[in-house]
Design a protein around this ligand. Structure first.
Ligand code: PEP
Length: 250
């Protein structure tokens, strides 16, 4: 368990509009009384600027959903870490399974993206997780360890500055959630791996992600090595997201 308060991060994915985001954020912000956990929302790149304005001065931090592995130049469509920094972005999701799966991001690319984010002071939220077939084949530990090892290899002891998210691919957007036992087992493995890489492993929050919702958040957040959540679908509904922020504030 880390010394920090829990960290709850919404991942809007490719959802929203100017109007919908404004109403979602205003509803969330107006319900944050009593929330003491750390919190953030990772918005589509197109909405960074308006979200920055809406979140200014609030306790809800701004995050991005990806970052380029490159500094600048001929990379059409990419957004660099320095650009994200211009909008006071605090966190960037890196290596989400949807990026690994649909955009062919390798462990090495993910590790470079982590480097770019850390270089400008943005905290990367590094996602690792096994597919259904990998779990069935008994490869869960090997897969998540390989994914984290690439990040450790490229970033050395700076890995103490990341946030890690265990997101079993079979649980993302499916309504299937890892059982508390399954989640704790993998989180413990990741914690040990971090401890071997840095003397400051206790600084790393390890989030659980995969169909976390208001009904199951408390039991997952009670686990010794679960330091928060990465929340997709349920972060698009203000009352549900707020209930989860409150569950993480106890
Ligand atoms: C995610 O996108 O990181 C995620 C965990 O999604 P969901 O909560 O919808 O499963």
């Amino acid at each position: 368990m880390t010394m920090n308060s829990k960290l709850m991060v919404g991942n809007w994915k490719m959802n929203g509009s100017l109007a919908a985001n404004a109403s979602l954020l205003s509803e969330v912000l107006s319900g944050m009384g009593g929330v003491t956990c750390r919190s953030a929302v990772c918005v589509p790149a197109a909405y960074l600027a308006p979200s920055q304005s809406l979140l200014a001065g609030s306790a809800l931090a701004l995050g991005a959903q990806d970052v380029s592995a490159h500094d600048a130049g001929a990379y059409t469509g990419e957004v660099s870490a320095t650009m994200l920094r211009d909008f006071a972005v605090r966190y960037a999701i890196v290596g989400h399974s949807e990026r690994r799966q649909y955009h062919g991001e390798s462990d090495a690319v993910v590790a470079s993206k982590v480097q770019r984010a850390l270089a400008v002071g943005i905290t990367p939220i590094v996602c690792v997780g096994e597919s259904q077939s990998e779990r069935e084949a008994g490869q869960t530990e090997a897969v998540v360890k390989r994914q984290l090892a690439a990040v450790i290899h490229a970033n050395g002891h700076c890995v103490s500055e990341i946030v890690l998210a265990y997101e079993p691919v079979w649980a993302i957007g499916t309504g299937l959630t890892a059982t508390p036992e399954q989640a704790q087992a993998v989180h413990a493995v990741l914690r040990v791996q971090l401890q071997a890489a840095t003397a400051h492993a206790d600084r790393v929050s390890i989030l659980y992600g995969g169909s976390m919702n208001a009904a199951n958040a408390a039991s997952l957040l009670a686990l010794p090595d679960v330091d928060g959540g990465l929340i997709g679908g349920a972060s698009l509904k203000a009352p549900e997201f707020l209930a989860m922020l409150k569950a993480a504030s106890r």
